[in-house]
Design a protein around this ligand. Sequence first.
Ligand code: UD1
Length: 417
Amino acid sequence: MSRYYIDGGIPLKGENIVKGCKNSVLPMMAAALIHKGVSIIENCPDISDVRDMSDILRSLGCVVNYDRGTLTIDASYVDGDYLSGEIVKKVRISVLVMGAMLARKGCIRMDYPGGCRIGKRPIDYHIDVLRSLGANITEKDDCIEAECQALKGAVIYLPFPSVGATENALIAAAAAQGTTILRGTANEPEIHDLCVMLRKMGADISNFRPGKIIVRGKDSFLSARHHLMSDRIVAGTYAIMAAACGGSIRLQMDNVYAMTSLSKVLKQMGCIVNTGNDYYEVTKKARLRAVERIVTEPFPGFPTDLQSQIMVALCLADGKSTIEEKIFENRFQVVDELVKQGADISVFGTRAVINGCKRLYGKETTAKELRGGAALITAALAAYGQSIVTDENDYIRRGYENIENDVKGFGGRIYRD
Ligand code: UD1
């Protein structure tokens, strides 16, 4: 459990080198399973999701080592075929191991995966994709059993551009027999980063353009070394902190193009956003303006993973804003906590209406999921007085290596115990 003690109301100023991307490294770790050898991922954040995924790979027989940002996965020997227990329930992305294990061993049994409680998060797309590639999958009450003689290329249409299902399909298809044509795929930068890593491993992936990917399966792979791109959600969280607290923050990062939808909103709110090839800078001087309508959508739309954080900034804007959450059905969990701090927010199903107020107040709040937790840190930094954010399940550390050090680097007063 972590408790964050925060003295709010101080404008933030400073620089941060944004760490590698959580949502890129996790699928890459699953992808490492298809290669009978070593894969190396550099610029890897030291976060609990990576540690948990490392344990999942170890339980299958891999040797996984993390040393100062470099993650080494030796999947020369993979002898496990059953993933069970708390760890699978905790890390939803463990479902990606299914495609990789079917390719590698022809079988896998696993408990149903979990993850942050932000919605129903079923895995039907994953199962359909793997069935299309030739897997026999039995959904039991407590676990899923999957097996195949060999995965075979297929034409697959995803009904929704699911990030995880696209990744599962890519990994499995890379090691399937024949050609797979994927339609309706997600187009998140993390998908692109996974394709780059898979290509370095020797996978034949082409026609990578929005919604369509062609994969020609291979039966062996190469040892690859990949440098992770920056985490656009961590960067976005800090950019929004500057908007909510005032001041000026410069983020050193490499995939600045991935921030476009956030930049648009921040500019609408009256912030100054400056970008270059390797930096992203946000300055807030005047009172924030409300934004009539923000809709969370698949990339390049506004990311659901920044929805709670932008809500905090909108609480302090002049006027009425609305947010429509179109990706997950239970992603307004911060609302009750923000209301305690003086926010005026009403929720109507998947729509939140935010009437801006002059000030939030320091209170005791509770993190209920990863990004919501980061939003509460943001609210506490922007609030008048002292706040305590309790994160009983350490959700925040799943995705932020050391949020309190980063915030201190911006001059924020924060202490964790
Ligand atoms: C990934 C990200 C997460 C982000 C999300 C949307 C990782 C580790 N996590 O999650 O941070 O918020 O993308 O950008 O990369 N769905 C189904 N059936 C399925 C799969 C998904 O109905 O089999 C639904 C989900 O419930 C959700 C929507 O599709 O409503 C999008 O989910 P998806 O894109 O798959 O998100 P994740 O891959 O879980």
